[in-house]
Write a protein that binds this ligand. Structure first.
Ligand code: GLV
Length: 318
């Protein structure tokens, strides 16, 4: 069945190679987001869209793309898409769950460990020429093994983060809207509790909820003030879940010890108080950015489009 597909940003060759020749592809091979007008222009007459989180697919965009059947987001999070509007316009939305779970959990742990053991500060120091003799008191950090990990949001990624804590002999507390089944709790040695207890007791708080009205600023000033002064906050989910201005104050004034952040409220802007803080490790939203996972994400997005264009159900609808 013929079809036309717009790919609004870079997509791996391996994924594009799966697209059969009878599908017309308009490929915008760029890292930069298209302006809304251009995005709407290029969507004219297209049956399918593959996009990244930098493309905002709102009611306007959907209303001006009458033939569109599917928006395939190359990400597990889809807060860049107005899913209710897509439903109204009869457009299927898909995301890329599962294929990025372990890679994102790895990266949350990379942030956690880097923040706890001050890896970024150590790297800067080692390169700086200041290291003239071994120093007993240099760059002391916090232990990870044997401590308490608190996971907020116990979906696929939150569980994968918790599973890694088994290797560090940690106590794991978690909170989610929905409690996990007893077998999962047993396997992961994870204890269900309320958010307040997690904030109060955890040495590491790692956030893994989707961005929803209810999770915007879930970690606000009150939450940060209730954490241990020695605690570390990790956010590899979505920036607006954490109140960045409050976090900058928390780090500057010692309400908590440190943070590891992959995501920010207004990407690519980062709050000045975070940029200047030494006790935070910053990354430019690369949680799922391993070679294999990026290819798998692109491939899944293409397979979702092909399924819908062939009149079959999508593989991973939201
Ligand atoms: C990345 O941020 C994703 O949601 O997959």
């Amino acid at each position: 069945m013929p079809g036309s597909l717009f790919i609004s940003n870079m997509l791996p060759d391996e994924a594009r190679a799966l697209i059969p020749a009878h599908i017309t592809v308009d490929y915008h091979a760029s890292e930069l987001p298209l302006a809304k007008g251009e995005l709407m222009g290029r969507l004219q007459g297209k049956d399918a869209l593959i996009c990244h989180i930098i493309s905002k697919i709102d009611d306007d965009v959907l209303a001006r793309a009458p033939g569109l059947k599917i928006v395939a987001n190359v990400a597990v999070g889809y807060d860049n898409i107005d899913v209710a509007a897509a439903r109204r316009h009869g457009v299927i939305v898909t995301n890329t769950p599962d294929v990025l779970t372990e890679t994102t959990a790895d990266f949350a742990w990379a942030l956690l460990m880097a923040a706890a053991r001050r890896v970024v500060e150590a790297d800067a120091y080692a390169r700086s020429g200041q290291w003239t003799s071994w120093k007993w008191s240099l760059l002391w950090g916090g232990d990870i093994h044997g401590k308490t990990l608190g996971v907020l949001g116990f979906g696929r990624i939150g569980r994968a983060v918790a599973r890694r804590a088994l290797g560090f002999g940690m106590r794991v507390l978690y909170h989610d809207e929905v409690r996990a089944d007893p077998a999962t709790e047993r396997d992961l040695h994870a204890t269900y509790t309320d958010r307040k207890t997690i904030l109060r007791e955890a040495d590491f708080v790692s956030v893994h909820t989707p961005l929803l009205p209810a999770t915007r600023h879930l970690i606000d000033e009150a939450a940060l003030r209730s954490m241990k002064r020695t605690a570390i906050l990790v956010n590899a989910a979505r920036g607006p879940i954490v109140d960045e201005a409050a976090l900058a104050r928390a780090l500057g004034e010692g309400w908590i010890a440190g943070a590891g952040l992959d995501v920010f409220e207004e990407e690519p802007k980062i709050h000045a108080g975070l940029v200047s803080a030494k006790n935070v490790v910053l990354a430019p939203h690369i949680g799922s950015a391993s070679v294999d996972t990026r290819i798998a994400m692109g491939t899944l997005a293409v397979r979702n489009c092909l399924a819908v264009l062939e009149g079959k159900p999508p593989i991973t609808p939201v």
